[in-house]
Design a binder for this molecule. Structure first.
Ligand SMILES: [Zn+2]
Length: 132
């Protein structure tokens, strides 16, 4: 794993040379980047890297759209998005995007709860690995 030598600590508002700690939690090995000054965790890497997933809706009027962030109603500059803008999913903090770029990358742990939440709203879903 290639890690940068120095990182920016938001807490200290400066770039620091970090200490990397290998921690094992829930049977998974993680590398924690800890600020040497304030000891806050700046970043965490999974080892091996965590797989990320896209969730697709496969039923309803917006079938085969990706679950992404809710659209705030602001202007869309991308012509692609202007043509087929995201549709917000009622009662959730999600929006449905035709474009892969709008899709949220969910961790393996998150996928289950997202699917459950959508199922409760009456949606069929499909999960695909991001970046394959
Ligand atoms: Zn710090």
């Amino acid at each position: 794993m290639n890690l940068p030598k120095a990182v920016h600590c938001d807490n200290c508002a400066k770039t620091v040379e970090y200490r990397a700690d290998q921690v094992v939690r829930d049977g998974k090995s993680k590398v924690e980047i800890v600020c040497p000054d304030c000891h806050s965790v700046i970043a965490m890497f999974c080892d091996p890297p965590a797989k990320l997933f896209h969730v697709l809706i496969t039923s309803g009027p917006h079938a085969y759209r990706y679950v992404g962030i809710a659209h705030n109603g602001g202007p869309l500059r991308n012509p692609d998005l202007q043509e087929t803008p995201p549709v917000n999913l009622p009662d959730t903090s999600y929006g449905l995007w035709l474009q892969k770029g709008g899709a949220i990358e969910f961790s393996e742990d998150e996928v289950g709860s997202v699917e459950l939440q959508l199922k409760e709203l009456g949606y069929e879903t499909e999960v695909s690995e991001a970046w394959t």
